[in-house]
Design a binder for this molecule. Structure first.
Ligand code: CMC
Length: 430
């Protein structure tokens, strides 16, 4: 979207200290709330807006993902997440996010060919892993390995050229499963596995994670489908903390691999991508349904830092549309694995039921989010909890790459450089 696509719906005015009000432009996107354009505010009126946490600030224009938090709507490039989850593969969704349209047959096969060409890791990249302790968190390894990719690929580092940008974005998307899988196999002392181009993206990821050199690995199609679904659901979420970080880094012209490494670092936090790991830990601590009322009481206690992990969201104030899809998939995968009596699933279902009927959670509009059931699903699929966020990073790379492409294509994009409200000492002398 460029400036001509913005519709001026009205103008706003702001008067400061009874000075004459100055008119400000109000911009309207295609959907969602309009935004007061304050870009000239400081220059014209010498005053700043203050919005730590960006609760009321649109940091950019974007045409990739639309969320209506009040109604529980999530769309990629206009398509409802429920439809994409049902009818598309992750590779198609990644193409949609990156290039704006779902791929036609020829486009999909050309994209798949590129992904298959780039999905191997350089042998020297694999040697980086050996510098890490075996007990390193996979996210620590991934941050480093992805940043290190900046030192490779001298053939495509002029990001003013669209083809080179597409090459870098496709490389990131293609290599991330191997990077994540290697961080896992290294941690358990198993040899690295190479991608197998006869498999689709998610099946390939599973065989690199769980295949052993001494046994043929047959991908379970139910698990591959569940993995593909998880990747679709986590692929993008507009200006979340990690995506904003990628855009912030990209605004300085940084290399895309370094930008995505910054995104991975941000994703690692427990308030963002680390939440499903934290959900599983919480469910294990609760252990039995009888302990749930105490956990709920703790979550409501202002003097206790404990929160119900997997509950609440910055933008969804009715329901997170991804949560219900994951809950249903978790139920069917657990049935397939004959694990439907998983005690943690029993605790999770009961915890959800009680919290949704509790005054506190109702009043604060706290609903299960995407992370509430995904930890159980991943655990029962064989993932150790430390890999959960790594998997999220594989998926979100599609979104990060798309936002990086969008930002790089924007004409005249400025470096992201927020102002501050200084609250330190006034001038003083030694
Ligand atoms: N349990 C108990 N109380 C909560 C919870 C929770 N999970 N989440 C929010 N609250 C309360 C909070 O204490 C605050 O109360 P008060 O108004 O009395 O101070 C109020 O609800 C608003 O919370 P907030 O922290 O100001 O809201 P936020 O929009 O800044 O935070 C959140 C959103 C997701 C960080 C938060 O809900 C949370 O910490 N949830 C648990 C962690 C979690 O599940 N994170 C995954 C997010 S979804 C993944 C993604 O999309 O990246």
């Amino acid at each position: 979207m460029d400036n001509k696509d913005q519709v001026l719906v009205t103008s706003a005015s702001l008067s400061v200290n009874a000075n004459q009000a100055k008119a400000l432009i109000v911009l309207q996107g295609t959907e969602g709330p309009s935004a007061i354009d304050v870009r000239t505010l400081y220059a014209n009126q010498g005053i700043l807006t203050y919005d730590p946490g960006f609760r009321s600030t649109a940091s950019c224009k974007s045409a990739i993902t639309y969320i209506d938090g009040a109604q529980g709507i999530l769309r990629y490039r206009g398509y409802p997440i429920e439809e994409l989850a049902k009818h598309s593969t992750f590779t198609e969704v990644a193409y949609l996010l990156m290039f704006g349209e779902l791929p036609k047959t020829g486009e999909l096969s050309a994209f798949t060919t590129s992904v298959n060409e780039y999905n191997l890791l350089h042998d020297q990249v694999l040697s980086f892993y050996r510098g890490f302790r075996r007990d390193a968190h996979p996210m620590a390894v991934m941050v480093s390995v992805v940043a290190a990719l900046s030192a490779f690929y001298q053939d495509s580092q002029d990001y003013n050229i669209p083809e080179q940008r597409v090459k870098a974005a496709t490389r990131l998307f293609a290599k991330m499963p191997a990077i994540a899988a290697a961080s896992y196999t290294y941690s358990i002392g198993r040899p690295f596995r190479y991608p197998d181009n006869s498999l689709d993206y998610s099946s390939n990821f599973l065989q690199m994670l769980f295949g052993k050199p001494n046994t043929p690995y047959a991908v379970d199609p139910v698990l591959a489908k569940a993995m593909d679904l998880l990747l679709i659901l986590h692929a993008d979420h507009e200006q979340n903390a990690s995506t904003s970080t990628v855009r912030m880094a990209a605004s300085s012209g940084a290399n895309p691999f370094a930008c995505v490494a910054a995104g991975i670092a941000t994703l690692w936090g427990p308030a963002h991508g680390g939440a499903n790991e934290a959900v599983l830990k919480m469910l294990e601590e609760i252990a039995i349904p009888e302990n749930i009322p105490q956990a709920i009481a703790r979550a409501k206690d202002k003097n206790d830092p404990f929160r119900l992990m997997g509950f609440g969201h910055r933008v969804y104030k009715s329901h997170d549309p991804r949560a219900a899809i994951i809950r249903d998939t978790t139920k069917s995968v657990l049935r397939h694995l004959k694990m439907e009596n998983d005690p943690l699933m029993m605790v999770a279902l009961e915890l959800e039921r009680l919290a949704l009927n509790d005054e506190y959670f109702i009043a604060k509009q706290l609903y299960p989010n995407v992370d509430f059931y995904s930890g159980i699903l991943l655990k029962d699929m064989g993932f150790p909890s430390r890999m959960f966020t790594a998997l999220f990073a594989v998926s979100r790379t599609a979104g990060w790459a798309s936002h990086w492409l969008e930002l790089k294509a924007e004409k005249g994009a400025a470096i992201n450089r927020p102002q501050q409200l200084y609250v330190g000492p006034n001038l003083r002398h030694l």
